[in-house]
Design a protein around this ligand. Structure first.
Ligand code: FES
Ligand SMILES: [Fe+2]
Length: 455
């Protein structure tokens, strides 16, 4: 549990808050590149860390992210015109372009400069003294990232592999969730729930394919193991970016199975996968009570030997509505309003929840806590170790920054290689240390990444 005070610090992200100050030190995914496909296209509303912004790709193809309300008298620039400068005498030459307010025609470029103020006399220099708040942006891996902190504390973009990701692998998507970002993220740092929330009876009919032995198992056997040992032991290993933790289960044949998930400050996770993986799952605050669940491929698939038995996670499920679409904005057919289309009969006879969509099972769990759960009411057990550690890291970093200006962890520019942020899953050999799995020291990583020259 957390004290009410700690819960407030952990969850509140607006300007001036302790956690909001920490979050503004990191490059943050603001929207998908696919939301702004064309120069001169329609602007997009972006609410991020409690701030209302508007994003647009100007006629030159450059993306701007500026305050939504016009600096003149506050009309929303979302309704503005994405266009070139007018022929007003004060307007410099061609190539000048930006978002023009629909109310009185003031126009702002991607840096927030007022480049045209046609409602004032042509001789006026007032526009030179008006500026819209504008945040720098960086496009990478199908996402448009932004830096919302003070300019003098800006650090380089954190490259998890997206900077050199071949275009054919770029895939980024997001799902809206009406709950606080931390409680949404806690689901990804909680291996215990997969032995419960996502269970279905037909797992018992999956035949033993012989991969319940030391080495890389099949995805099908992984499901059976989650079901077999439903009280995993958690071990947390701190790293420079946050931590990795192992959920340790005993297999039906008595071996030791580990699922290793990574956490990178402040809201990045990479979930256990066979043999290893570097896909990012991020929980980005829209405001205190809403978040985006953002997924992005960070590195090319590196599984030349077909570990996992050739199946993906969802190949094994019998959930009829599991959607495998990945990129873009994932619509919400299943919501609290329709009780996630829960089927009580199916819950009695087929699946643990009766909710027919795998991801919506997670959404039900984290959204049903309410917008911001009061963590002073909870009772944490040993299977909550990774959740507890994440909260301590975040609270410690936020408090140290606020009290002493301590530099936050996991910023770029300190010589760290963010492409080493990987998850893993395996049945251990006797004496094998799970901490090696998925790291540069793991022979499987070396074989897949380095030997093929993909890195
Ligand atoms: S409110 Fe935008 S130009 Fe007047
Ligand atoms: Fe889940």
């Amino acid at each position: 549990m957390l004290s009410p005070e700690d819960n407030e610090i952990l969850t509140r992200v607006g300007p001036g808050t302790i956690m909001g100050h920490l979050l503004r030190r990191y490059w943050t995914p603001a929207l998908l590149v696919s939301e702004l496909p064309l120069p001169g296209g329609d602007p997009v509303r972006v609410r991020l860390l409690g701030e209302n912004l508007v994003a647009f790709r100007d006629l030159n193809g450059t993306v701007g992210l500026i305050q939504e309300n016009c600096p003149h008298r506050g009309a929303s620039l979302y309704f503005g015109r994405n266009e070139g400068a007018s022929a007003a005498p004060t307007t410099p030459g061609a190539g000048i372009c930006g978002l023009r307010c629909p109310y009185h025609g003031w126009q702002f470029d991607v840096d927030g400069n007022c480049i045209d103020m046609p409602s004032e006399p042509a001789t006026s220099s007032f526009k030179d003294r008006v500026k819209a708040k504008a945040y720098p942006v960086h496009e990478s891996g199908g996402l448009i990232w932004t830096y919302m902190g003070a300019p003098d504390t800006m650090t380089p973009f954190r490259d998890f592999g997206t900077e050199s990701l071949p275009p054919e692998y770029v895939s980024a998507g997001k799902t809206f969730s009406p709950c606080n970002w931390v409680q949404a993220m806690e689901g990804n740092l909680d291996t215990s729930h997969i032995s419960w929330l996502h269970q279905f009876n037909a797992i018992d009919d999956i035949p033993d394919d012989g991969s319940d032995k030391p080495g890389y198992l099949s995805v099908d056997m992984s499901w059976k193991i989650w079901r077999h040992d439903r009280a995993p032991r958690l071990e947390v290993h701190d790293t420079w970016y946050g931590y990795r933790y192992a959920g340790i289960r005993t297999t039906p044949n008595g071996h030791t199975h580990v699922r290793i998930t990574g956490y990178c400050v402040p809201y990045m996770t990479t979930v256990a996968s066979i043999p290893f993986r570097a896909r990012l799952s991020m929980f980005v605050p829209i405001d205190d009570e809403n978040c985006w669940r953002i997924n992005a491929v960070a590195q090319p698939p590196r599984n030349p030997n077909g570990y996992g038995g050739g199946h993906e996670l969802f190949d094994v499920t019998n959930y009829p509505y599991v959607k495998r679409t990945f990129g873009g904005i994932r619509g919400r057919r299943w919501t609290a309003e329709n009780e996630y289309e829960m089927d009580r009969a199916a819950q009695r006879t087929e699946t643990f929840t009766g909710i027919p969509d795998f991801n919506s099972q997670d959404l039900m769990a984290t959204e049903s806590m309410g917008p911001i759960y009061d963590r002073s009411q909870e009772h944490l057990g040993t299977s909550d170790r990774a959740v507890i550690r994440m909260r301590r890291i975040l609270l410690g970093a936020a408090r140290a920054l606020a009290a002493e200006g301590t530099k936050p962890p996991a910023l770029a520019g300190d010589g760290h290689d963010f492409t080493t942020f990987r998850s893993a899953e395996k049945i251990l050999e006797p004496g094998e240390d799970w901490r090696i799995l998925g790291t540069d020291d793991d022979p499987t990583v070396q074989e897949a990444v380095f030997a093929t020259g993909q890195n």
